[in-house]
Design a protein around this ligand. Sequence first.
Ligand SMILES: [Cu+2]
Length: 89
Amino acid sequence: MTATETDFAIALSQSTFHPGAYTFTVVNQGQAPHNLAIQGPGIPQVVSQTVQNGATTKLTVQLQGGSYELWCAVDAHKDKGMDLTIAVG
Ligand SMILES: [Cu+2]
């Protein structure tokens, strides 16, 4: 799955999720540095590497049924709109 990050939004390549392992490829298409943080059932909090414009990094997580929050943990990017919730079921 791809998480495309811009200044300042996160767009996922899929909208339906089932329990299991997922590798997020984080693509920074913005000018600012960005990363991807995830928190939810079984994941107290995990944060990817921070990447610069044009760079990518990967983050693998094990998703369970429930709700997960995804956001960018750089500066105040979460408050600027880089924040979304996905449902896994
Ligand atoms: Cu960011």
